[in-house]
Ligand binder design. Structure first.
Ligand code: HAM
Length: 438
């Protein structure tokens, strides 16, 4: 009976080499920048008590529609959810461990949201991010935001814009919410059906609508900046001055509303102009000065961001930035006399710190050479009956016009190292294009 053919669940993907290596390298670039800026790695669970995420907004889609929830096998069972983002878990960890403030952490890992999948929008996606808890110093905002700016630049992206806004503190917010709700109610009839529903649940999020019908209403809506309290306005001015002093270019975006409900004061988003507008947010963040307290901790201000790795790589592809890695395999051992020589020579080469690979299953010389070529190796080492009899190996330079010569196996590692040091690395062929089997 034919077995069912399983596929990766909708909204998830297998990421094969060499793309997977490129993603890991991107995370290393981020980690390096974050650690040089005093952020330490936090590894937190992929699932949490569902209550941790309910603080993201009781009327928010991320909580009401997109959580992957489940019950464990405990007695009684615990209600858990896969994390849709990391900030709430970080605040839970802060409340649990009470580390010394300011607590500066970075993270990377998969997040899960039951969204409608499309290009750049997945149900499992990866984020990198930082959070600084325990200070509301505007310099902390500037440090966080500029880290994001420098990261995109380090990848070679030139078409990422930074949008900033302030959502004010709770005093400014209640005055603004009242004004906004009054205004939107007065023009309710002109709004799309979806926005009329959003208006009942969370008026602020109406401003986030991309539907053309809503745009004239949104364009004339009152602006948060006009309702900021003195303290919030001063905080926002200091953040802007700090960004100016670092020459970090930004645009004030008075209608910028983030998709999660915990934000106060500074909010920001990074948009990639190389991507379609529907999925062009490659990162975002802001202050969440009440979240730790909401999760049972002491009053603790916080600021951070998360950047979407999947979308950043799409933006890199669109801009031709952050190209793939050179092939990790530098030398390929072709053995037509049973495979034992390949085992020994690969072991020597790997111990010498070189990237070495081989074929299996006693394939023909032609098939093994094809594999050698596809591996991206700059050197092929060939052991056939003659070489085996003489204790030698043939070393072939795989570059166009490269020659070949024979060396005693005792000199092989030195000879291969010499050739590799002199050669430019070659790219590996993506695994998903290796359809023909050899
Ligand atoms: P967020 O805006 O929900 O914020 O997500 C941050 C980034 O994750 C987005 O800009 C986008 O690049 C990426 N992203 C979100 N959803 C998806 C998806 N379904 N598929 C692919 N990429 C996606 C947060 O998550 C906050 N925790 C950020 C933060 C940190 N605020 C303060 N600290």
């Amino acid at each position: 009976m034919a077995q069912p053919l399983f596929r990766a669940p909708v909204g998830t993907r297998d990421i094969l080499a060499p793309e997977s290596a490129r993603r890991r390298r991107l995370v290393r670039v981020f980690a390096d920048l974050a650690e040089r800026s005093g952020f330490g790695l936090l590894e937190s669970p992929v699932f949490e008590d569902v209550g941790v995420f309910q603080r993201l907004g009781e009327a928010n889609d991320v909580v009401t529609k997109e959580l992957f929830e489940f019950f464990d096998k405990g007695e009684p069972p615990r209600h858990l959810a896969l994390r849709p983002e990391l900030t709430a878990g970080v605040c839970r960890a802060f409340a649990e461990h009470r580390p010394v403030s300011p607590w500066k952490i970075w993270y990377s890992g998969p997040q899960f949201r039951y969204e409608r999948p499309q290009a750049g929008r997945y149900r499992q996606f990866e984020q990198v991010g930082v959070e600084t808890l325990g200070t509301d110093d505007p310099h902390a905002d500037v440090e966080v935001i500029s880290l994001g700016v420098r990261f995109y630049a380090a990848l070679g992206l030139t078409r990422v814009r930074l949008l900033v806004n302030s959502l004010g503190d709770s005093d400014s917010r209640s005055a603004y919410d009242a004004a906004l709700t009054g205004y939107l109610q007065s023009r309710r009839g002109e709004l799309s059906e979806q926005s009329r529903v959003t208006l009942e649940r969370n008026p602020l999020r109406v401003l986030d609508s991309k539907r053309p019908q809503d745009q004239p209403v949104i364009a004339e809506a009152p602006l948060m900046v006009d309702f900021l309290s003195g303290a919030s306005a001063e905080h926002f001015a200091s953040v802007r001055a700090g960004l100016d002093s670092l020459d970090a270019a930004y645009e004030i975006s008075p209608r910028l509303v983030r998709g999660l409900d915990y934000y106060t004061r500074t909010t920001f988003e990074f948009v990639a102009d190389a991507l379609d507008t529907a999925q062009n947010a490659v990162g975002g963040g802001g202050r969440y000065d009440g979240l730790v307290e909401d999760l049972g901790g002491p009053p603790t201000p916080g600021i951070g961001f998360a950047l979407g790795v999947d979308r950043i790589l799409l933006a890199c592809d669109a801009e031709g930035a952050f190209a793939g890695d050179p092939a990790p395999v530098q030398v390929f051992v072709v053995d037509t006399v049973g495979g034992q020589s390949a085992a020994v020579l690969c072991d020597w080469l790997r111990q010498a710190g070189l990237g070495a690979d081989r074929a299996f299953d006693g394939r023909s010389m032609k098939a093994q050479m094809k594999r050698a070529d596809r591996s991206g190796a700059v050197v092929a080492v060939i052991v056939g009956p003659d070489e085996q009899a003489q204790g030698t190996a043939t070393v072939r330079d795989m570059r166009p016009g490269g020659d070949q010569h024979t060396v005693p196996t005792s000199e092989l590692v030195a000879e291969v190292s010499r050739l590799i040091a002199a050669a430019q690395p070659r790219p590996a062929i993506p695994q998903h294009r290796r359809q023909d089997r050899d």
